[in-house]
Design a protein. Structure first.
Length: 422
Protein backbone atom coordinates (compact mmCIF):
# COMPACT_ATOMS: atom_id res chain seq x y z
CA UNK A 1 0.00 0.00 0.00
CA UNK A 2 0.65 2.45 0.54
CA UNK A 3 1.06 3.85 3.84
CA UNK A 4 4.56 4.75 5.25
CA UNK A 5 4.37 3.87 8.86
CA UNK A 6 6.69 5.78 11.09
CA UNK A 7 5.94 4.30 14.48
CA UNK A 8 4.06 1.36 15.97
CA UNK A 9 3.87 1.68 19.73
CA UNK A 10 2.89 -1.25 21.92
CA UNK A 11 1.77 -0.68 25.45
CA UNK A 12 1.66 -3.73 27.68
CA UNK A 13 1.77 -4.52 31.36
CA UNK A 14 2.63 -7.70 33.14
CA UNK A 15 0.35 -8.12 36.10
CA UNK A 16 2.62 -8.63 39.11
CA UNK A 17 5.75 -8.98 36.97
CA UNK A 18 8.32 -6.70 35.35
CA UNK A 19 7.31 -4.84 32.22
CA UNK A 20 8.48 -6.13 28.87
CA UNK A 21 10.07 -4.25 25.99
CA UNK A 22 9.23 -5.45 22.51
CA UNK A 23 11.22 -4.32 19.46
CA UNK A 24 10.30 -5.01 15.86
CA UNK A 25 13.69 -5.33 14.17
CA UNK A 26 12.87 -7.38 11.13
CA UNK A 27 9.89 -5.59 9.64
CA UNK A 28 9.43 -4.77 5.95
CA UNK A 29 12.48 -2.99 4.57
CA UNK A 30 10.54 0.00 3.28
CA UNK A 31 8.91 0.66 6.64
CA UNK A 32 10.39 2.24 9.74
CA UNK A 33 8.41 0.58 12.49
CA UNK A 34 9.31 0.70 16.15
CA UNK A 35 7.59 -1.32 18.85
CA UNK A 36 8.07 -0.15 22.39
CA UNK A 37 6.08 -0.93 25.36
CA UNK A 38 4.76 -2.95 28.12
CA UNK A 39 2.48 -5.97 27.99
CA UNK A 40 -0.61 -6.43 30.01
CA UNK A 41 -0.79 -9.97 31.25
CA UNK A 42 -3.24 -10.89 33.96
CA UNK A 43 -5.03 -13.71 35.67
CA UNK A 44 -8.75 -14.20 35.99
CA UNK A 45 -9.29 -16.06 39.28
CA UNK A 46 -6.69 -18.82 39.03
CA UNK A 47 -8.00 -20.40 42.21
CA UNK A 48 -11.53 -21.03 40.95
CA UNK A 49 -10.29 -22.53 37.68
CA UNK A 50 -7.79 -24.72 39.49
CA UNK A 51 -10.42 -25.86 41.98
CA UNK A 52 -12.55 -26.96 39.05
CA UNK A 53 -9.61 -28.83 37.56
CA UNK A 54 -8.64 -30.35 40.93
CA UNK A 55 -12.16 -31.70 41.42
CA UNK A 56 -11.64 -33.63 38.16
CA UNK A 57 -8.14 -34.73 39.16
CA UNK A 58 -6.69 -32.61 36.37
CA UNK A 59 -4.68 -29.91 38.13
CA UNK A 60 -3.01 -27.89 35.36
CA UNK A 61 -0.52 -25.08 35.92
CA UNK A 62 0.39 -24.50 32.27
CA UNK A 63 -1.47 -21.29 31.38
CA UNK A 64 1.20 -18.83 30.18
CA UNK A 65 0.60 -16.76 27.06
CA UNK A 66 3.10 -14.20 25.73
CA UNK A 67 3.82 -12.54 22.38
CA UNK A 68 6.66 -13.98 20.33
CA UNK A 69 9.75 -11.78 19.82
CA UNK A 70 9.38 -9.25 16.98
CA UNK A 71 5.59 -9.40 17.14
CA UNK A 72 3.23 -7.78 16.42
CA UNK A 73 4.48 -7.06 12.91
CA UNK A 74 2.93 -4.63 10.47
CA UNK A 75 2.95 -4.13 6.72
CA UNK A 76 1.02 -1.84 4.40
CA UNK A 77 2.95 -2.86 1.29
CA UNK A 78 -0.09 -4.12 -0.63
CA UNK A 79 -3.41 -2.29 -0.45
CA UNK A 80 -5.24 -5.56 -1.15
CA UNK A 81 -3.80 -7.31 1.92
CA UNK A 82 -6.20 -8.03 4.75
CA UNK A 83 -3.56 -8.89 7.35
CA UNK A 84 -1.72 -5.61 7.93
CA UNK A 85 -1.04 -6.37 11.60
CA UNK A 86 0.00 -9.87 12.70
CA UNK A 87 0.09 -10.99 16.33
CA UNK A 88 1.84 -14.23 17.27
CA UNK A 89 1.76 -15.63 20.80
CA UNK A 90 3.47 -18.60 22.40
CA UNK A 91 1.69 -20.51 25.12
CA UNK A 92 2.44 -23.30 27.57
CA UNK A 93 0.49 -26.48 28.04
CA UNK A 94 -1.63 -28.38 25.55
CA UNK A 95 -4.84 -26.90 24.21
CA UNK A 96 -7.97 -29.04 24.03
CA UNK A 97 -10.79 -27.86 21.76
CA UNK A 98 -13.77 -26.72 23.82
CA UNK A 99 -11.98 -27.21 27.15
CA UNK A 100 -8.60 -25.47 27.16
CA UNK A 101 -8.27 -22.98 24.35
CA UNK A 102 -7.29 -19.44 23.34
CA UNK A 103 -9.59 -16.71 22.13
CA UNK A 104 -9.12 -13.07 21.08
CA UNK A 105 -11.06 -9.82 21.09
CA UNK A 106 -10.45 -6.35 19.64
CA UNK A 107 -11.14 -3.14 21.58
CA UNK A 108 -10.68 0.57 21.13
CA UNK A 109 -7.65 2.22 22.68
CA UNK A 110 -9.19 2.08 26.15
CA UNK A 111 -9.01 -1.76 26.00
CA UNK A 112 -12.62 -1.85 27.26
CA UNK A 113 -14.93 -0.68 24.47
CA UNK A 114 -15.35 -3.14 21.59
CA UNK A 115 -13.53 -1.96 18.47
CA UNK A 116 -15.46 -0.38 15.61
CA UNK A 117 -16.06 -2.91 12.86
CA UNK A 118 -15.40 -0.13 10.33
CA UNK A 119 -11.88 0.29 11.74
CA UNK A 120 -10.27 -3.07 12.51
CA UNK A 121 -11.40 -6.69 12.15
CA UNK A 122 -9.74 -10.05 12.67
CA UNK A 123 -9.15 -11.52 9.21
CA UNK A 124 -7.51 -14.79 10.30
CA UNK A 125 -6.61 -16.75 13.42
CA UNK A 126 -5.22 -20.18 14.10
CA UNK A 127 -3.99 -22.30 16.99
CA UNK A 128 -0.71 -23.73 15.72
CA UNK A 129 -0.69 -26.59 18.18
CA UNK A 130 2.47 -28.24 16.87
CA UNK A 131 4.38 -25.01 17.68
CA UNK A 132 2.40 -23.96 20.74
CA UNK A 133 1.67 -20.68 18.95
CA UNK A 134 -1.52 -18.70 18.44
CA UNK A 135 -1.72 -16.40 15.41
CA UNK A 136 -4.14 -13.50 14.95
CA UNK A 137 -4.15 -11.31 11.81
CA UNK A 138 -5.88 -7.93 11.94
CA UNK A 139 -7.15 -6.05 8.91
CA UNK A 140 -7.20 -2.26 9.08
CA UNK A 141 -10.14 -1.22 6.90
CA UNK A 142 -8.50 1.56 4.96
CA UNK A 143 -11.67 2.45 3.09
CA UNK A 144 -13.61 3.30 6.26
CA UNK A 145 -11.23 3.69 9.23
CA UNK A 146 -11.04 7.50 8.93
CA UNK A 147 -14.59 7.90 10.24
CA UNK A 148 -14.09 5.85 13.41
CA UNK A 149 -12.96 6.61 16.99
CA UNK A 150 -9.84 4.52 16.37
CA UNK A 151 -8.59 7.08 13.82
CA UNK A 152 -7.28 10.57 14.57
CA UNK A 153 -5.72 13.22 12.34
CA UNK A 154 -2.46 14.51 13.80
CA UNK A 155 -2.01 17.15 11.11
CA UNK A 156 -2.62 17.38 7.39
CA UNK A 157 0.23 14.97 6.59
CA UNK A 158 -0.04 12.48 9.46
CA UNK A 159 -2.67 10.40 11.24
CA UNK A 160 -2.87 7.87 14.06
CA UNK A 161 -4.75 4.58 14.48
CA UNK A 162 -5.15 3.16 17.99
CA UNK A 163 -6.70 -0.15 19.04
CA UNK A 164 -6.24 -2.90 21.61
CA UNK A 165 -6.22 -6.68 21.36
CA UNK A 166 -6.73 -9.15 24.21
CA UNK A 167 -5.93 -12.86 23.98
CA UNK A 168 -7.39 -15.05 26.73
CA UNK A 169 -6.31 -18.54 27.76
CA UNK A 170 -9.69 -20.13 28.50
CA UNK A 171 -10.89 -23.08 30.60
CA UNK A 172 -14.36 -24.53 30.12
CA UNK A 173 -15.56 -27.16 32.59
CA UNK A 174 -18.57 -27.96 30.45
CA UNK A 175 -20.86 -25.38 32.01
CA UNK A 176 -19.21 -22.02 31.45
CA UNK A 177 -15.89 -20.90 30.00
CA UNK A 178 -13.69 -18.52 31.96
CA UNK A 179 -10.37 -16.81 31.40
CA UNK A 180 -7.46 -18.19 33.41
CA UNK A 181 -4.77 -15.92 31.96
CA UNK A 182 -4.62 -13.21 29.30
CA UNK A 183 -2.35 -10.86 27.39
CA UNK A 184 -3.50 -7.42 26.34
CA UNK A 185 -1.70 -5.17 23.84
CA UNK A 186 -2.47 -1.53 23.06
CA UNK A 187 -1.35 -0.63 19.55
CA UNK A 188 -0.75 2.90 18.24
CA UNK A 189 0.17 3.29 14.58
CA UNK A 190 1.46 6.68 13.38
CA UNK A 191 0.97 7.03 9.65
CA UNK A 192 2.66 9.29 7.12
CA UNK A 193 -0.06 10.28 4.65
CA UNK A 194 2.28 11.72 2.03
CA UNK A 195 3.09 10.00 -1.26
CA UNK A 196 5.80 10.92 -3.74
CA UNK A 197 5.08 11.33 -7.45
CA UNK A 198 7.20 12.14 -10.47
CA UNK A 199 6.51 13.17 -14.05
CA UNK A 200 9.65 13.00 -16.13
CA UNK A 201 10.92 13.74 -19.62
CA UNK A 202 8.94 16.94 -20.20
CA UNK A 203 10.40 17.93 -23.54
CA UNK A 204 11.03 21.61 -24.22
CA UNK A 205 12.50 21.20 -27.71
CA UNK A 206 10.94 23.73 -30.04
CA UNK A 207 10.32 21.17 -32.78
CA UNK A 208 9.43 17.73 -31.48
CA UNK A 209 8.63 15.96 -28.25
CA UNK A 210 9.60 12.67 -26.64
CA UNK A 211 7.07 10.34 -25.09
CA UNK A 212 6.51 11.11 -21.43
CA UNK A 213 7.56 8.59 -18.76
CA UNK A 214 5.49 8.49 -15.61
CA UNK A 215 7.12 7.02 -12.55
CA UNK A 216 5.08 6.81 -9.38
CA UNK A 217 7.19 6.14 -6.30
CA UNK A 218 4.73 6.47 -3.47
CA UNK A 219 2.93 5.10 -0.50
CA UNK A 220 -0.63 5.32 -1.73
CA UNK A 221 -0.46 5.04 -5.50
CA UNK A 222 -0.61 8.46 -7.17
CA UNK A 223 -0.55 9.28 -10.87
CA UNK A 224 0.59 12.52 -12.47
CA UNK A 225 -0.16 13.42 -16.09
CA UNK A 226 -0.36 16.37 -18.46
CA UNK A 227 -3.89 17.67 -18.69
CA UNK A 228 -6.03 20.60 -19.77
CA UNK A 229 -8.17 22.92 -17.65
CA UNK A 230 -10.91 20.27 -17.56
CA UNK A 231 -8.56 17.65 -16.06
CA UNK A 232 -8.52 15.68 -19.31
CA UNK A 233 -5.36 13.68 -19.99
CA UNK A 234 -3.50 15.11 -23.02
CA UNK A 235 -0.63 13.76 -25.08
CA UNK A 236 2.98 14.69 -24.42
CA UNK A 237 3.19 18.43 -25.05
CA UNK A 238 6.09 20.43 -26.47
CA UNK A 239 6.61 23.63 -24.52
CA UNK A 240 8.02 26.90 -25.81
CA UNK A 241 8.91 30.14 -24.07
CA UNK A 242 6.02 31.82 -22.32
CA UNK A 243 3.75 28.77 -22.28
CA UNK A 244 1.76 27.49 -19.34
CA UNK A 245 2.30 23.88 -18.25
CA UNK A 246 -0.70 22.10 -16.74
CA UNK A 247 -0.31 18.92 -14.68
CA UNK A 248 -2.99 16.86 -12.93
CA UNK A 249 -2.40 14.64 -9.91
CA UNK A 250 -4.84 12.06 -8.52
CA UNK A 251 -4.99 8.68 -6.83
CA UNK A 252 -4.41 5.79 -9.22
CA UNK A 253 -7.59 4.04 -10.30
CA UNK A 254 -6.60 0.84 -8.51
CA UNK A 255 -6.51 2.62 -5.13
CA UNK A 256 -9.56 4.89 -5.35
CA UNK A 257 -11.73 2.60 -3.24
CA UNK A 258 -9.22 2.89 -0.39
CA UNK A 259 -7.84 6.43 -0.64
CA UNK A 260 -8.50 9.84 -2.08
CA UNK A 261 -6.22 12.78 -2.82
CA UNK A 262 -6.43 15.56 -0.25
CA UNK A 263 -3.88 18.06 -1.56
CA UNK A 264 -0.39 18.64 -2.95
CA UNK A 265 2.21 19.36 -0.30
CA UNK A 266 5.18 20.23 -2.53
CA UNK A 267 5.93 20.23 -6.24
CA UNK A 268 9.16 21.26 -8.02
CA UNK A 269 10.33 21.64 -11.61
CA UNK A 270 13.99 20.97 -12.45
CA UNK A 271 16.20 20.98 -15.54
CA UNK A 272 19.76 19.70 -15.83
CA UNK A 273 21.73 22.03 -18.06
CA UNK A 274 23.76 20.94 -21.10
CA UNK A 275 27.01 20.55 -19.12
CA UNK A 276 25.33 17.84 -17.02
CA UNK A 277 26.24 19.58 -13.77
CA UNK A 278 24.31 22.82 -13.38
CA UNK A 279 20.57 22.81 -12.78
CA UNK A 280 17.69 25.26 -12.95
CA UNK A 281 14.78 24.79 -10.58
CA UNK A 282 11.38 26.34 -9.93
CA UNK A 283 9.11 25.68 -6.96
CA UNK A 284 5.53 25.20 -8.11
CA UNK A 285 3.88 24.32 -4.79
CA UNK A 286 5.42 24.90 -1.34
CA UNK A 287 3.66 23.74 1.84
CA UNK A 288 0.34 23.35 -0.02
CA UNK A 289 0.59 26.89 -1.44
CA UNK A 290 1.00 27.63 -5.14
CA UNK A 291 3.92 29.97 -5.81
CA UNK A 292 3.77 33.29 -7.68
CA UNK A 293 3.94 31.79 -11.19
CA UNK A 294 1.60 28.92 -10.34
CA UNK A 295 -2.04 28.14 -9.66
CA UNK A 296 -3.45 25.08 -7.84
CA UNK A 297 -7.05 23.93 -7.78
CA UNK A 298 -8.13 20.71 -6.03
CA UNK A 299 -11.63 19.29 -6.33
CA UNK A 300 -13.27 15.91 -6.87
CA UNK A 301 -10.06 14.13 -5.87
CA UNK A 302 -7.93 15.79 -8.57
CA UNK A 303 -5.42 18.62 -8.15
CA UNK A 304 -4.96 20.72 -11.30
CA UNK A 305 -1.69 22.69 -11.21
CA UNK A 306 -0.76 25.34 -13.76
CA UNK A 307 2.71 26.85 -13.96
CA UNK A 308 4.15 29.62 -16.12
CA UNK A 309 7.43 28.31 -17.56
CA UNK A 310 10.29 30.77 -17.00
CA UNK A 311 12.78 31.81 -19.68
CA UNK A 312 15.69 30.15 -17.87
CA UNK A 313 14.50 26.75 -19.08
CA UNK A 314 14.90 27.86 -22.72
CA UNK A 315 18.20 29.77 -22.61
CA UNK A 316 20.16 27.01 -24.40
CA UNK A 317 19.92 26.27 -28.11
CA UNK A 318 18.90 22.67 -27.45
CA UNK A 319 17.33 22.71 -23.96
CA UNK A 320 17.21 19.52 -21.90
CA UNK A 321 13.99 17.99 -20.68
CA UNK A 322 12.29 19.03 -17.47
CA UNK A 323 11.51 16.82 -14.48
CA UNK A 324 8.64 17.31 -12.07
CA UNK A 325 8.76 15.79 -8.59
CA UNK A 326 6.30 16.28 -5.77
CA UNK A 327 4.66 15.03 -2.61
CA UNK A 328 0.90 14.42 -2.49
CA UNK A 329 -1.25 14.18 0.65
CA UNK A 330 -3.44 11.09 0.69
CA UNK A 331 -6.50 10.48 2.86
CA UNK A 332 -8.14 7.23 3.92
CA UNK A 333 -11.37 6.15 2.29
CA UNK A 334 -12.89 6.78 -1.13
CA UNK A 335 -13.73 10.32 -2.20
CA UNK A 336 -16.65 11.65 -0.14
CA UNK A 337 -18.97 14.63 -0.55
CA UNK A 338 -16.55 16.97 1.25
CA UNK A 339 -12.80 17.50 1.38
CA UNK A 340 -11.41 18.89 4.63
CA UNK A 341 -8.86 21.72 4.47
CA UNK A 342 -7.31 21.49 7.93
CA UNK A 343 -6.31 24.74 9.67
CA UNK A 344 -7.69 26.90 6.88
CA UNK A 345 -10.28 29.68 6.84
CA UNK A 346 -11.75 31.86 4.12
CA UNK A 347 -9.62 34.91 3.42
CA UNK A 348 -11.03 38.33 4.26
CA UNK A 349 -11.25 39.22 0.57
CA UNK A 350 -13.14 36.02 -0.28
CA UNK A 351 -15.55 36.42 2.65
CA UNK A 352 -16.20 40.03 1.68
CA UNK A 353 -16.89 39.21 -1.95
CA UNK A 354 -19.05 36.20 -1.06
CA UNK A 355 -21.37 36.96 1.85
CA UNK A 356 -21.80 33.74 3.86
CA UNK A 357 -24.85 32.31 5.57
CA UNK A 358 -24.03 31.89 9.27
CA UNK A 359 -25.38 29.06 11.48
CA UNK A 360 -24.54 27.40 14.79
CA UNK A 361 -24.61 23.60 14.68
CA UNK A 362 -23.89 20.84 17.23
CA UNK A 363 -21.34 19.09 14.99
CA UNK A 364 -19.41 19.32 11.75
CA UNK A 365 -21.63 16.55 10.37
CA UNK A 366 -24.65 18.79 10.96
CA UNK A 367 -22.89 21.55 9.02
CA UNK A 368 -22.30 19.13 6.15
CA UNK A 369 -25.99 18.23 6.11
CA UNK A 370 -26.94 21.91 6.01
CA UNK A 371 -24.55 22.59 3.14
CA UNK A 372 -26.07 19.76 1.12
CA UNK A 373 -29.52 21.25 1.66
CA UNK A 374 -28.59 24.89 0.98
CA UNK A 375 -29.05 25.73 -2.68
CA UNK A 376 -25.71 26.39 -4.34
CA UNK A 377 -23.59 25.71 -1.26
CA UNK A 378 -20.07 24.83 -2.40
CA UNK A 379 -18.06 25.18 0.81
CA UNK A 380 -18.27 26.03 4.49
CA UNK A 381 -15.94 26.86 7.34
CA UNK A 382 -16.38 25.37 10.82
CA UNK A 383 -15.08 26.94 14.05
CA UNK A 384 -15.61 25.45 17.53
CA UNK A 385 -17.50 27.79 19.88
CA UNK A 386 -19.06 27.51 23.34
CA UNK A 387 -21.03 24.47 24.53
CA UNK A 388 -19.42 22.11 22.00
CA UNK A 389 -21.15 23.85 19.10
CA UNK A 390 -19.67 25.00 15.80
CA UNK A 391 -20.14 28.27 13.99
CA UNK A 392 -20.44 27.39 10.32
CA UNK A 393 -20.24 29.89 7.47
CA UNK A 394 -21.75 28.63 4.21
CA UNK A 395 -20.57 29.95 0.82
CA UNK A 396 -22.03 29.59 -2.66
CA UNK A 397 -18.61 30.16 -4.28
CA UNK A 398 -15.86 27.55 -4.39
CA UNK A 399 -12.63 28.81 -2.76
CA UNK A 400 -9.45 28.50 -4.76
CA UNK A 401 -6.06 27.97 -3.18
CA UNK A 402 -5.43 31.69 -2.84
CA UNK A 403 -8.81 32.20 -1.14
CA UNK A 404 -7.77 30.19 1.93
CA UNK A 405 -5.85 31.72 4.83
CA UNK A 406 -3.97 29.88 7.59
CA UNK A 407 -5.89 29.35 10.84
CA UNK A 408 -5.30 27.60 14.16
CA UNK A 409 -8.94 26.92 15.01
CA UNK A 410 -10.96 26.85 11.77
CA UNK A 411 -11.27 24.16 9.10
CA UNK A 412 -12.77 24.54 5.63
CA UNK A 413 -14.84 21.86 3.90
CA UNK A 414 -15.26 22.00 0.13
CA UNK A 415 -17.84 20.04 -1.84
CA UNK A 416 -16.75 17.44 -4.35
CA UNK A 417 -20.01 17.11 -6.25
CA UNK A 418 -20.01 20.72 -7.50
CA UNK A 419 -17.85 21.46 -10.51
CA UNK A 420 -16.33 24.92 -10.17
CA UNK A 421 -14.91 26.60 -13.29
CA UNK A 422 -11.15 26.87 -13.56
Amino acid sequence: MCMKLTTLLIASLHWGMASAVINLRNGPKDLSVDLNGKGLVGTSDFSHARRQLAMRGLVDFEWEVQPEPDYPSISFEDASDDNEVRFLYNYTGTTIPGTKYLKHELFRGDCKTPASTDAVVVSFFDDLTELNEYQVDVNILQESVAGTPEYMDIDVTAAMINFCIRVDYMYDDGTEGESVNFHETNVTINIDLTANFTLTAINVDRISADQVDEDVALNCEVQAYFCNENNENVEQPTFVQGEIMTVCVEIAESDKELYHLNDILNMDLEQIKANGIDTDQSSIVVDQRATGLSDKFCQNGICNIRHQLASKFFDERDPNNLDIAGVAICAFGPLSEFTKRTNREMSTVFATQNTPLRMEQPSVESCKTECLEISGCQAFSAEPIANDFYECLFFTAFPRDEDLATSTAVDVYTRNDVIAPL
